[in-house]
Design a protein around this ligand. Structure first.
Ligand code: AMP
Ligand code: GLY
Length: 426
């Protein structure tokens, strides 16, 4: 069987790594992939937004199954295009992917179906938004409607900050068309967690909980990034809470999408705030998280192929994956300057030593391979991921591996997983 993974980041490396261990898989391809991925898959130089290019490749090569990593091709309708061409692909169609592609759609869905989320208002013009923000209470959160690479949610502590957010999003259009509408929503307090499931549109397989670290600096300070590290499980998500999340959020959402004529098949990711008032949805993503996928797939003991196939045949009810009891931690190593501008092309040293360590896998996010050497080629460069009996042990192993790896201008957070330790003690 030939499997194609679409995307080029750490999440896609983890998918390629996991899928290539599968019994039924003869060959894995990745479009476009990266330096690390090229050791395990044949990389195809087609961008993730070139839907026709990817489809033509899949037809020509006789790809049996395609899995999509990032949101962009999903919101552009890659699943619809593949299905029309008679190709098998795991992921939501364009109309279902709108759950991530439009925050307005997601919020209205949640309101219609009483799925717990922050209170909100939608505005389609800057004047109306400002009139509301004039009298709002602070902090408040301003979000661009469309995709903004994880940067479209702005926490505003004052009215001035909120006005600036409206100016940036709606007038300067820093996120382009994504800013033609905004959601202004209530600021929620609590601890964040990511809850990811796979569904065939009806039956749901829950993955273990995980937690991202979105802020650039230690102590959750600084600007938001795509994610500087992750761990699984997230101790804040107790068994009871997991059940509450399934019953009050995940199941009603999958049902709601079906009722709306947008049957949802694929990975569904709920970004949650665990508030004093229970779990509330911050956002939905139509895919696996990056970097959450790295620790989650490292903990997945079962073959992933039957899950993907069951998702397509509507037999998810038969799937009950087994998970490693151990904890997993992923530390993202990034280029200095990220999430702003950064230099590329720095040689990465120490990968072999780090890779030799037990229970450690180094997933590549932004690397290039030339003459069997690796060079930086992105903002997030590596996701050093470990397994340990406890979160503490997994943290030690991940940072032990990180300590071998260096390049000019490497940056990483030193406190990935620390929150989980604090949670355990309390
Ligand atoms: P989003 O892209 O909507 O998940 O937002 C990105 C990040 O902004 C989240 O991971 C939270 O850290 C923060 N955030 C978003 N919405 C809220 C909210 N209503 N209250 C507090 N923090 C929020
Ligand atoms: N780690 C956050 C995301 O994938 O959106």
């Amino acid at each position: 069987m030939k499997v194609l993974v679409v995307g080029s980041g750490g999440r896609e490396h983890a998918l390629v790594w996991k899928i290539s261990q599968s019994e039924g898989v003869d060959k894995v391809y990745c479009a476009p992939g990266n330096g690390g991925i090229s050791l395990q898959a044949e990389c195809i130089p087609v961008g993730p937004d070139d839907i026709n290019g990817i489809k033509d490749f899949a037809l020509k090569e006789g790809i049996d199954l395609t899995v999509v990593g990032p949101e962009l091709p999903l919101t552009l309708g890659i699943v619809d295009a593949f299905e029309e061409a008679g190709l098998k692909i795991f992921g939501p169609g364009r109309k279902a992917a709108e759950i991530e592609g439009s925050k307005v759609f997601a919020k209205e869905l949640m309101r219609r179906y009483s799925i717990p989320t922050a209170d909100y208002r939608v505005f389609d013009g800057p004047e109306k938004a400002r009139a509301f923000l004039e009298r709002a209470s602070y902090p408040t959160v301003v979000k661009a409607d469309g995709l903004a690479g994880g940067k479209g949610a702005i926490i505003c502590r004052t009215r001035e900050e909120a006005f600036r957010a409206i100016e940036d999003i709606m007038e300067k259009r820093v996120f382009g068309e994504a800013g033609s509408k905004v959601v202004v929503e209530e600021f929620l307090e609590g601890e964040e967690a990511s809850f990811i499931v796979a569904t065939d549109g009806e039956r749901i397989v829950a993955f273990p909980s995980s937690q991202d670290h979105k802020a650039l600096y230690d102590g959750d300070k600084g600007p938001n990034t795509g994610g500087m590290g992750a761990y699984s499980p997230a101790p804040v998500v107790t068994r009871d809470l997991e059940e509450e999340i399934m019953e009050r959020i995940i199941k009603p959402t999958v049902k709601a999408m079906d009722r709306e004529g947008r049957p949802y098949r694929g990975f569904l990711y709920a970004g949650l705030m665990i508030t004093g008032d229970g779990p509330k949805v911050l956002e939905f993503n139509c895919r696996l998280g990056d970097p959450e996928a790295q620790p989650l797939l490292m903990r997945m003991k079962s073959d992933i192929l039957p899950l993907l196939e069951a998702g397509l045949s509507g037999e998810m009810g038969r799937i009950n994956p087994s998970w490693d009891e151990r904890a997993s931690v992923c530390v993202v190593m990034a280029s200095r300057g990220y999430p702003g501008s950064y230099e590329k092309g720095k040689e990465i040293k120490g990968l072999e030593e780090a890779q030799r360590l037990k229970d450690v896998v180094i997933f590549h996010s932004g690397t290039e391979r030339r003459d069997s050497r690796f060079y930086t080629a992105g903002g997030r460069v590596l996701g050093v991921t470990s397994l340990g009996r406890t979160i503490k042990e997994a943290i030690e192993k991940a940072y032990g591996a990180v300590s071998h790896i260096r390049w000019e201008g490497v940056y990483y957070r030193k406190d990935i997983g620390a929150k989980a330790l604090a949670e355990r003690r309390s």
